[in-house]
Design a binder for this molecule. Structure first.
Ligand code: ZN
Length: 132
């Protein structure tokens, strides 16, 4: 892993949370992007080296909707930048972590992504991401 790339936060209402985080961080979000395959709408804030990604569910069966139902709003995942996501998936799988997919998926913000199951990472959902 190269660095913490972003922190993903699950929110109920993206517009309201965009205002809240703009007030909190002192910067406006720089993009809003929908990832249809994941059932999420995301916005991004840049703060130095790290980004904050807000995630809102766009449908009831979205992983974000299920997360909020179970745990409420809050930190959803930590995303780490990697050089070669395919190699990273194989590497972490060989070290007893559980990638949620065998092949990288297309995520928001021009990234190829793969999550590691939180059962294998002390309850923290980890996203591996690489610039596509
Ligand atoms: Zn993310």
């Amino acid at each position: 892993m190269n660095k913490l790339e972003h922190i993903g936060i699950a929110v109920r209402n993206l517009e309201e949370s965009n205002k809240l985080f703009a007030k909190l961080l002192g910067v406006e979000h720089y993009k809003i992007e929908e990832v249809g395959s994941e059932g999420v709408r995301t916005s991004f804030f840049r703060l130095g080296e790290v980004k904050i990604e807000l995630l809102e569910a766009t449908r009831a069966d979205s992983p974000i909707a299920k997360f909020i139902e179970k745990k409420g709003e809050g930190i959803h995942h930590l995303a780490f930048d990697v050089n070669n996501i395919k190699a990273s998936i194989a590497d972490y799988a060989s070290k007893d972590f559980t990638p949620l997919n065998n092949e990288p998926k297309t995520g928001a913000d021009g990234k190829l992504i793969c999550f590691l199951h939180p059962k294998t990472t002390n309850g923290v959902l980890i996203e591996l991401c690489q610039d596509a």
